[in-house]
Design a protein around this ligand. Structure first.
Ligand SMILES: Nc1nc2c(c(=O)[nH]1)N[C@H]1C(S)=C(S)[C@@H](COP(=O)(O)OP(=O)(O)OC[C@H]3O[C@@H](n4cnc5c(N)ncnc54)[C@H](O)[C@@H]3O)O[C@H]1N2
Ligand code: MOO
Length: 633
């Protein structure tokens, strides 16, 4: 099956994002920036700018051609640098505003991205592809995911992660990543005392995690994957699942057509009246011969000088030359019957007037919609009108969500150093909006054995974890992946927030009961906005591939104000469209905050080095995720 636009459109999308990001990344590097926090939060003064109605094809990002701001803008109240959370200033908080509808190519798609620039603006060195030897790969470079994949077995011997690797299911065995290093004896942490896991206790099937010596994992041991590359790697990591025939209805909603929708018949399939009135034959006046309603059939033909009272949708008998709509005609009872004539000479219907002709919309065999079209409510309606009872659609990727964290509460007020789980209630809807079948949502205690069991026994196509991706004492995601021999395709992304997110190919031995292979795990950071960043960066592109969903039409918007950038990393910043075309950055956008995003229409993609007021900036749609048929990815 090929999708409209398919990989080419997908590549175009990522290429354009790479274009938008690359020059700033270089500008930041040229300015001597290295690792670190953004130069400063965004400036104070929100401006109102209009959303550009750009063509879907990559155009030219003005942002890409401009140098990075020489001086970082002043901090804005209510914003925070990547890892600090200043006290919010309510007066400066952006109030939720009406969502802009116009200007979007695909309002149902959370990942609709619009571009502002084209390749013509690329600096000469960029056009050379590799003119700058220090430049990291971008999506413009063909990169084989296999080349980029980092097998834990291939990590350098001095990677401290090796010291933490131990198979919690088999404490005595030297895990693959530790073989040959002489390192052993890592212990997954035990649940903290006083914690109350709500839905999932530590594994009862597991012998339990062994004692371990945990050493700090160095998150900077390897460079983070550039954000556009991470999206592409996620998109290329999986293969489309096998299509299924499902009954026409909600089951099909949100999937893609695995076969083009071909008209089974002419539409309309018979000549019918477009108006309530009279079917007439020849010029008037006409003798009214009776009435035929929609769904009824008149026996025989209509002869010249005769009329039939008809309703909108009535099948017209042969001989009908036009329909006179009711407000244009007048009847008169005479001894020989009811006579009809136009109310005025100019209201006499011309030939064919008010007739809906057979085949006007399509002929049998015409392709109504191509393969890959997202099934929306309207598509269901069209398919029904065209006579379909079932649709052959792409499968929904089965996704299991594992929410990690002893500190999480599932009800009541945050208290005693514990916080409410914000991701359990939020992510399943996101995942469904991205086309997933969320098979399970489990809260796990911070226990390596529980995580190990959950991952290895899951039958899902994609396991999504939240929390535990960093290098804290109970961050078990990396050690468990290493222990089971998972292959890290992305291990840390140059994006703020969301830096520690990861994507791993699970070994085929961990396929579930149904024997599905080609399974993946995405580790989302625990900070809630960082987790959303991971959804946009890794989850959406992978789900789009697995579910064979169409590539969203891109869109971009000029920014209303300067937005500071991280020196090397892309930033994703919640923005709201104040009117039809304004992208205003919102405050309260720190990694642990959801207040900004909750009021947002999307996340602006701020390239390394920052963006200026007026810069056309790609926007990832986050505002239209409500409908379960929502596209995305
Ligand atoms: N030494 C370092 N520490 C941290 C680094 C680093 O590079 N070196 N990265 C920081 C970044 S960036 C992020 S993001 C976080 C990611 O941490 P984890 O993925 O390991 O997540 P946790 O530590 O489990 O939790 C982080 C934070 O988020 C809260 N949380 C977790 N789950 C939820 C949830 N379901 N709902 C609401 N809040 C949640 C948790 O309580 C923590 O406050 O690591 C930094 N540290
Ligand atoms: O706090 Mo972290 O912001 O996700 O990269």
């Amino acid at each position: 099956m090929s999708r409209p636009g398919g990989d080419a459109a997908d590549r175009a999308l990522d290429d354009a994002l790479a274009l938008a990001n690359e020059p700033r990344r270089r500008a930041a590097r040229d300015a001597g920036d290295t690792h670190g926090e953004p130069a400063g939060p965004p400036p104070n003064d929100p401006l109102a700018v209009a959303l550009g109605h750009e063509p879907a094809a990559p155009a030219r990002p003005r942002a890409a051609a401009r140098p990075a701001p020489a001086h970082p803008p002043r901090p804005a109240p209510g914003t925070e640098p990547a890892r600090t959370e200043p006290a919010p200033e309510p007066a400066a908080a952006a109030a939720p505003t009406p969502r802009a509808a116009a200007g979007r190519r695909d309002a149902s798609d959370p990942l609709a991205v619009l571009f502002g620039a084209g390749r013509d603006d690329r600096p000469p060195t960029w056009q050379g592809g590799h003119a700058d030897p220090s430049r990291r790969a971008t999506t413009a470079d063909p990169v084989d995911p296999v080349d980029v994949a980092m097998s834990l077995n291939e990590m350098s011997p001095n990677d401290e992660r090796r010291a933490t690797v131990q198979d919690p299911r088999n404490p005595g065995a030297t895990p693959p990543a530790a073989r040959g290093t002489g390192v052993s004896g890592a212990t997954p942490a035990r649940p903290r005392p006083g914690t109350t896991p709500t839905t999932s206790a530590p594994s009862t099937t597991s012998p339990g995690p062994p004692p371990a010596r945990r050493e700090a994992r160095d998150p900077h041991a390897h460079p983070a994957t550039p954000w556009p590359d991470a999206r592409r790697l996620a998109r290329q990591a999986g293969r489309r699942l096998a299509p299924q025939a499902v009954p026409l209805g909600e089951q099909a909603l949100g999937r893609s057509l695995a076969r083009g929708l071909v008209a089974l018949t002419d539409l309309p399939s018979f000549d019918s009246s477009a108006m309530d009135g009279w079917a007439v034959a020849g010029p008037g006046p006409w003798l009214v011969k009776g009435q035929v309603l929609a769904g009824q059939r008149h026996r025989g033909a209509l002869h010249g000088g005769h009329a039939l009272r008809v309703a909108t949708g009535t099948a017209l008998p042969p001989g009908t030359t036009a329909v006179l709509r009711s407000e244009h005609g007048r009847t008169e009872e005479r001894t020989d019957g009811t006579w009809l004539q136009p109310r005025a000479p100019h209201l006499a219907p011309g030939p064919g007037q008010e007739i809906r002709h057979r085949g006007q919309e399509c002929r049998g065999g015409d392709e109504l919609l191509p393969t890959g079209t997202l099934v929306t409510p309207t598509v269901l309606g069209l398919a029904a009108a065209a006579g379909y009872d079932d649709l052959v659609v792409t499968a929904r990727p089965r996704v299991e969500l594992l929410v990690l964290g002893d500190e999480l509460l599932d009800h009541g007020l945050p208290r005693s150093g514990r916080v409410r789980d914000a991701l359990g209630p939020m992510l399943p809807s996101w995942l469904r909006a991205l086309g997933a079948d969320v098979t399970d949502v489990r809260r796990l205690v911070d226990d390596a054995g529980a995580l190990h069991d959950a991952v290895t026994t899951s039958g899902a196509d994609l396991v999504v974890t939240t929390g535990g991706t960093a290098s804290g004492p109970v961050d078990h995601v990396h050690p468990v992946l290493a222990a089971i021999g998972a292959r890290l395709l992305v291990d840390g992304v140059a994006v703020r927030p969301g830096h520690p997110m990861l994507l791993a190919a699970l070994p085929s031995g961990t396929s579930g009961a149904d024997g599905r292979k080609d399974r993946h795990l995405i580790g989302l950071p625990g900070n809630p906005l960082a987790a959303v960043s991971g959804v946009l960066t890794l989850v959406a592109p992978l789900l789009r591939t697995l579910g064979g969903r169409p590539v969203p039409a891109p869109y971009a918007a000029p920014l209303t104000e300067d937005v500071h950038g991280h020196p090397q990393d892309t930033r994703l910043v919640p923005v709201v469209f104040d009117d039809e075309s304004a992208a205003r950055p919102l405050h309260f956008a720190g990694p642990a905050m959801l207040r900004g995003l909750a009021a947002a229409d999307g996340m602006a993609v701020i390239p390394p080095g920052g963006a200026r007021a007026g810069d056309e900036t790609a926007v990832l749609d986050t505002g239209a995720l409500g409908p379960s048929w929502g596209s995305g990815g």
